[in-house]
Design a protein. Structure first.
Length: 94
């Protein structure tokens, strides 16, 4: 179970887990196969870092680094391209 960490986007409180899952939907194609596997294991299959490390025979720290770098990349992609934000604006307009 992931901790619910308060996360603000445009002054609105949202679930960080949900935010990164949504960004991943838009930018998944920009990641490697291994990155995608680790991300899905962590976010969609709710595996711990230790479980992912054991399943893929890598260290827990390596899994953490991949997930952290993906968060940074997802934030960077969204800041530059804004696909998630633009889609939310379209939904609000409807």
């Amino acid at each position: 179970m992931h901790l619910q960490i308060p996360f603000y986007l445009n002054n609105q409180l949202i679930d960080k887990h949900e935010y990164y899952s949504n960004l991943f939907d838009y930018y998944e194609v920009l990641f490697t196969e291994k990155q995608i596997e680790y991300f899905k294991d962590y976010y969609f299959f709710d595996l711990s870092l230790s479980e992912i490390a054991e399943n893929h025979q890598i260290s827990r720290a390596a899994v953490y680094d991949v997930i952290k770098k993906m968060h940074d990349s997802l934030d960077d992609y969204e800041n530059k391209l804004g696909l998630y934000k633009k889609n939310n604006k379209l939904i609000e307009m409807c």
